[in-house]
Design a protein around this ligand. Structure first.
Ligand SMILES: [Zn+2]
Length: 375
């Protein structure tokens, strides 16, 4: 088949898109009502500025051994709330994250799985292996780190149901206190999302980094969730305008002829798509149209573009809806976590040795007078 020069140009563009994807971890912004770590700015590269806001491990000497089930309460963390830095215990932070990230009505075992994933993700920031875009240890922006709500917000959100729901969230956090996910002795990058649409995604398909514990798995029981499948309808004109605004090189005129899915990932999500005169990644498409996922099908009929989306979020790691479905079928949090994070171990984190060593090193760096003297 003879190829036109424009087709060849598009092939080159597609290659450039793939290269860009491989070189960057920056992802399109999600539009989630509650956060699912759908971070366009989630950077999986190591952070060389360790623990900027690590406040310390309070009372670790006095408490050591006296209350091993409450180890989260001895660790303090600085949480950047957009304008101010809030200082709190790791326990209180994880309660706020779990309450923000997962409906309190979900099964207790799903909430426990969420708490362990959130703790692991947080400690990965505290040890400096992941970094927050704000420059602080963690922030409350779900597009960057994890969502967080204060107790005051929980009271407003839950009204008369506050005490019951708050106690349930506390049970999830305290019932797993100090537990983290590890792989080959290291904390894992415990990504999670709202709904996978039936199958989770390989890490490298979204973040350009392959991790052995973040591989695609089946995620059953999600069908009943309102987030399982969503549909967006746009007129041809609206669709073309949105695409041309986001991607000026598209110069789209007739969507039915100008939209062509070129490549899907193993789980069915769009990897590459031609939009008129340009080729973009599924994540770029999702960002431009504010879609709930990249698992998209198009229909063109009666002057309209009908976009059906499966799942909600990037699809990597634990599906929160799937976790709740598993909990409903009697699975405990360990079974849920080991299903979504392949080959991981669930272990007690050594706050007293591992985190203190990092804190000590960080303090020593801060006290180095040479840093201020230079420049
Ligand atoms: Zn952040």
């Amino acid at each position: 088949m003879k190829r036109s020069s424009s087709q060849i140009t598009i092939r080159i563009l597609a290659f450039a898109v793939l290269l860009a994807a491989a070189a960057s971890c920056f992802l399109p912004k999600g539009t989630n009502s509650r956060a699912v770590q759908d971070a366009y700015s989630l950077d999986l590269t190591p952070n060389i500025t360790k623990g900027l806001d690590l406040i310390g491990v309070a009372g670790h000497v006095q408490d050591k051994g006296s209350n091993p089930d409450n180890s989260d309460g001895r660790v303090h963390i600085g949480v950047f709330g957009g304008e101010e830095l809030m200082k709190m215990t790791l326990r209180d932070y994880l309660i706020g994250v779990t309450a923000a990230e997962m409906p309190a009505g979900y099964g207790i075992e799903a909430l426990k799985a969420q708490a362990v994933a959130a703790r692991t993700f947080t400690l990965k920031h505290m040890t400096g292996e992941l970094k927050c875009k704000s420059g602080h240890t963690v922030c409350t922006d779900h597009r960057c780190c994890q969502a967080y709500i204060s107790i005051e917000r929980m009271k407003k959100n839950w009204g008369e149901g506050f005490m019951e729901k708050y106690n349930k969230i506390c049970e999830a956090v305290d019932g797993t206190s100090g537990l983290v996910l590890t792989s080959e002795g290291e904390l894992v990058t415990a990504l999670y999302h709202s709904s996978s649409g039936g199958k989770t995604e390989n890490c490298e398909a979204v973040f350009a980094v392959a991790l052995p514990y973040l591989v695609s798995v089946e995620s059953g029981g999600e069908e009943a969730s309102p987030e399982f499948q969503t549909t967006v309808c746009l007129s041809n004109k609206e669709f073309a305008e949105k695409i041309n605004t986001a991607f000026p090189d598209a110069m789209m005129v007739e969507p039915a002829k100008d939209v062509e899915v070129w490549q899907r990932t193993d789980s069915g999500r769009i990897a590459l798509i031609r939009l008129g005169g340009t080729v973009v990644s599924g994540q770029q498409l999702r960002n431009a149209l504010e879609l709930k996922s990249t698992n998209v099908e198009f229909e063109f009929e009666d002057g309209e573009v009908r976009i059906s989306c499966l799942g909600f979020g990037h699809g990597v790691g634990m599906s929160q809806v799937g976790a709740n479905a598993m909990a409903g079928e009697g699975a405990d949090y360990e079974t849920i976590l080991k299903h979504y994070y392949t080959g991981v171990k669930i272990e007690h984190y050594k706050y007293e040795t591992d985190l203190l060593a990092i804190l000590s090193a960080t303090d020593a760096e801060k006290k180095n007078p040479g840093d201020e003297a230079r420049g």
